[in-house]
Design a protein around this ligand. Structure first.
Ligand code: GDP
Length: 468
């Protein structure tokens, strides 16, 4: 899991908040202190942290004052604080700029730049695999003639991933190789053409000159800077230096699997107003996670990533177009039964076969799963998923076909007031707890709600997390 330590600490701080009987100034200060310490340890810039702290405080105060002025309606202080923390963490990693998105049916040229060792070549292959999986005709061009072995590395990766590639052992002019490769693949109607460039020269100025020359020759739709997370907040300086010489439109931060300074790198990049599009989370081809501020923070805090989860599901459904149509229709109409949720859970379990050992990653996208699953082992994730399956196994057919409301008691006005006897039976029958049954119902309900709201698009609303 990306930034597991930071996530666990932030999640821990918010859990303490949930356990406090009342949220007074003292509790809020303790939370902010823990939050501040966790962010600083992750190498987030001290000024950014101080500003986040003040903003949360101001927001909470304002929100409570407003509710008092509006007639003193009792507000849930915990929700107010949680929401303020969530929003400010999102603001911390949000550059407020939308990145370029490759378009089907045209040649989208993506050029990767960055210093040697940042993970450029590895990331280019990961990117190629990503777009290929999403139905783009994808290929790779190696324009790194400076580093001996660069072409071999790309060739090896590309062959393994079955991605067409272009490069040369004899041509020494990177601009010529890039032009020839891009031209060839354009003619062959490739849709995503990824150009890997050199990351080192005798002189730094030569490196930048070369980047500009390649860029002028291939006219990329998006230049992506690849940046190593271990440099922490120094990422801001490095990306600015690159930007001054060769402008780029997006960033991929790599090596977030092993570095405590990841929070620093991500927030430093956001400060340069350039969108991060992906995070590299390991050496394997599948270790690439799409980055978007809200889902990232949501996942960091153990609240899941519905958007990512839905994307994964769409990926899976692609293998079975008939089922995909059926599921898309259901999702659009918000007709999502517990049986559907069970089917999704079981496909997630099966995904381990396709996506090597990444069940805990997928599990971390599911709202309501405890933080332990996120940083925990594969066995833990598997066990948690199995327990969810036990719950659905203990349900009757009519219950599986329902939206889950069947497990609630209602007051006279028709509002659900709690789980009913059947829910307790299911918990007992499946050897799980009522809390787990409640979690599962909340997930299925959230899934239906998100689907309805998104209507097949990607938009979603944070308030769901707090008022599911
Ligand atoms: P380049 O010089 O920028 O092209 O970097 P490479 O692609 O050759 O990567 C340098 C090293 O970093 C290699 O050993 C990669 O396996 C490793 N690497 C790249 N991305 C990641 C990542 O996200 N996580 C980890 N742990 N290692 C990575």
């Amino acid at each position: 899991m990306v930034l597991a330590d930071l996530g666990a600490r932030l999640h821990g701080a918010l859990s303490q908040l949930s356990r406090a009987p009342v949220v007074d100034d003292q509790v809020l200060d303790a939370l902010l202190k823990e939050l501040t310490a966790a962010l600083l340890e992750s190498d987030v810039n001290v000024k950014l942290v101080a500003s986040l702290r003040n903003k949360v405080k101001t927001k909470v105060k304002k929100s409570l004052e407003e509710s008092a002025a509006a007639g003193g309606r009792e507000v849930n202080r915990k929700n107010v604080v949680q929401k303020a923390v969530f929003d400010e963490l999102v603001a911390l990693v949000d550059p407020g700029v939308e990145p370029y998105k490759p378009i089907k049916g045209k040649a989208n040229v993506l050029m990767a730049v960055g210093i040697q060792g940042a993970g450029k070549t590895t990331t280019c292959t990961k990117l190629a695999v990503h777009y290929q999986r999403r139905g783009f005709r994808t290929c790779l061009v190696c324009a790194d003639t400076f580093r001996a072995g660069a072409f071999d590395q790309l060739k090896q990766n590309a062959t393994k991933a079955k991605i067409p590639f272009y490069g040369s052992y004899t041509e020494t002019d990177p601009v010529a190789i890039a032009s020839l490769g891009v031209e060839k693949f354009r003619k062959e109607r490739f849709e995503v053409i990824i150009v890997d460039t050199s990351g080192r020269h005798k002189q730094e100025s030569e490196l930048f000159e070369e980047m500009v020359a390649i860029s002028n020759a291939v006219k990329p739709d998006m230049t992506i800077m690849v940046l190593d997370a271990s440099i922490g907040q120094a990422a801001e300086g490095q990306s600015r230096a690159f930007k001054d010489s060769a402008d780029f439109g997006a960033i991929i931060v790599t090596k977030l699997d092993g570095h405590a300074k990841g929070g620093g790198a991500i927030s430093a990049v956001a400060a340069t107003k350039t969108p991060i599009i992906f995070l590299g989370t390991g050496e394997h081809m599948n270790d690439l996670e799409r980055f978007a501020p809200q889902p990232f923070v949501s996942k960091l805090l153990g609240m899941g990533d519905m958007q990512g989860l839905m994307e994964h599901m769409q990926d899976m459904a692609r293998a079975n177009p008939e089922r995909q149509k059926e599921m898309a229709k259901k999702l659009e109409q918000g007709k999502f039964s517990l049986r559907d949720w069970r089917e999704q859970l079981s496909s997630i379990m099966n995904m381990r076969l396709t996506y090597r050992g990444s069940l805990s990653k997928i599990a971390s996208m599911i709202p309501g799963l405890p933080a332990g699953v996120m940083d925990g082992s594969e066995e833990e994730a598997t066990m948690k998923m199995k327990r969810l399956m036990f719950i659905t196994d203990a349900m009757r057919q009519d219950e599986l076909d329902s939206d889950g409301l069947i497990f609630f008691s209602f007051d006279k006005a028709g509002h659900p007031v709690g789980l009913n006897r059947r829910a307790r039976r299911v918990a007992r029958g499946s050897g799980t707890s009522l809390r787990e049954v409640e979690e599962l119902l909340a997930q299925a309900r959230m899934m239906a709600g998100m689907a309805r709201q998104a209507g097949g698009q990607n938009g979603w609303c944070v308030s769901h997390l707090f008022h599911p």
